[in-house]
Design a binder for this molecule. Structure first.
Ligand code: PHE
Length: 366
């Protein structure tokens, strides 16, 4: 009898004190395993008289039940506290700043396009698009470059097979055909008739037969076009001065407007920005040298007429600029061909963070 109550308090004590699931299992084996203390009691039953066996057997069975219930309760406790300990240890710190694990970079061309959009967007321009594969009429004829006109020689054109209907096709040599596409748009014409003002930039791919350190057969331009009833050459100047100063981030950047010729503008001007070369290094800003960066002019009345608008009512200016070129100048990238080599090392060096969107207030680039 005393054996029973000793075993009872020993076993229940061990269960109660088991600090983890392994210790609990050891307590279970020590009581109910093959050589366990309670199992040992069961083995003594055979040597008892039938009466004793009945009453002692009942007590041992009751103890077994009690021990199993205690084991079960303790097991639940221990697993709950193990889970709680894990939950406490694995807390997510939502205040942890993002880790600097940038996975890729933006190509300088895309970056500069975003910068153009930020600056011209601030001046009320929207972004327009046109096809890379263009018909001869939009690329040349609409822009006052008729077939057989010597001005066609100005651009070394990739000619494509004619379309099935006989239309001659080219890879567009400039973004200027989008001037024509936009002016011809019925909604744009209605907006202009209602007294509105058309302001677009057209960043995109262009193609010419050319290949050296500063020319690739595929390159990028941005076209600008403003059409309304009153825009004049003074606006052209102001717009381009503001743009160049914002883009190159030089507040007193000098600009030089040189008379020039384009078939689709009259008068026409090429624009240079001030710079200096010290120890072979280019510095953009007031200096003793000039760099040509764009062509511009007042849209030729023939172009306005070709695009279905009345040149006695509408006027405006246009400009075209090489995106690759201004990217090279601004970010000191020496060889244009490297832009299109798709070399990851180059991209890691010259690329931009995709998370820093250029803006005039927040900053354009590095
Ligand atoms: N399209 C011209 C070029 O590619 C640039 C330009 C555009 C000039 C608009 C004047 C006006 O050379």
């Amino acid at each position: 009898m005393s054996d029973l109550s000793t075993i009872r308090s020993e076993v229940l004590g061990a269960v109660e004190q088991a600090a983890d699931l392994a210790a609990l299992d050891a307590a279970r084996v020590a009581a109910l395993g093959k050589k366990g203390s309670v199992t040992g009691l069961m083995k003594t039953l055979g040597s008892l008289s039938p009466d004793e066996r009945r009453s002692f057997g009942a007590q041992v069975n009751q103890l077994k039940g009690e021990i199993e219930a205690a084991l079960e309760a303790r097991r639940n406790d221990l697993s709950a506290s193990a889970l709680n300990a894990r939950l406490a240890g694995e807390k997510v710190d939502v205040g942890l700043p993002p880790r600097p694990e940038s996975q890729g970079t933006l190509h300088p061309i895309g970056q500069v396009m975003d910068e153009l959009a930020a600056i011209f967007g601030e001046m009320g321009f929207t972004w327009a698009d046109g096809p890379d594969i263009e018909d001869d009429w939009h690329n040349f004829t609409a822009l006052n470059i008729p077939p057989d006109h010597p001005a066609r020689q100005m651009q070394d054109t990739f000619y494509l097979p004619k379309r099935a209907d006989g239309t001659p096709m080219v890879l567009r040599t400039h973004t200027s055909p989008v001037q024509a596409r936009t002016m011809l748009d019925k909604d744009v014409q209605k907006m202009l008739a209602d007294g509105g003002s058309l302001r677009i930039i057209v960043p995109g791919r262009t193609f010419r037969i050319d290949n050296d350190a500063t020319h690739t057969p595929m390159f990028h331009q941005v076209e600008g076009l403003v059409i309304d009833r009153t825009t004049h050459m003074g606006h052209l100047k102001g717009c381009l001065v503001d743009f160049c100063r914002a883009f190159f981030e030089v507040d007193d950047l000098p600009l030089r407007f040189r008379p020039s010729y384009f078939p689709f503008t009259e008068p026409s001007a090429e624009v240079d920005i001030g710079c200096s070369w010290k120890g072979g290094e280019l510095k953009i800003g007031a200096g003793d040298s000039w760099l040509e960066i764009l062509g511009s002019g007042m849209v030729h009345p023939n172009v306005i007429e070709n695009c279905g608008l009345d040149p006695t009512i509408y006027q405006g200016f246009a400009f075209g600029m090489g995106i690759d070129r201004i990217a090279m100048l601004k970010y000191g990238i020496p060889d244009l061909r490297s832009f299109f080599d798709a070399d990851l090392r180059w991209l890691r060096h010259y690329g931009f963070s995709a998370l820093e969107w250029p803006s005039l207030t927040g900053g354009l680039g590095r």
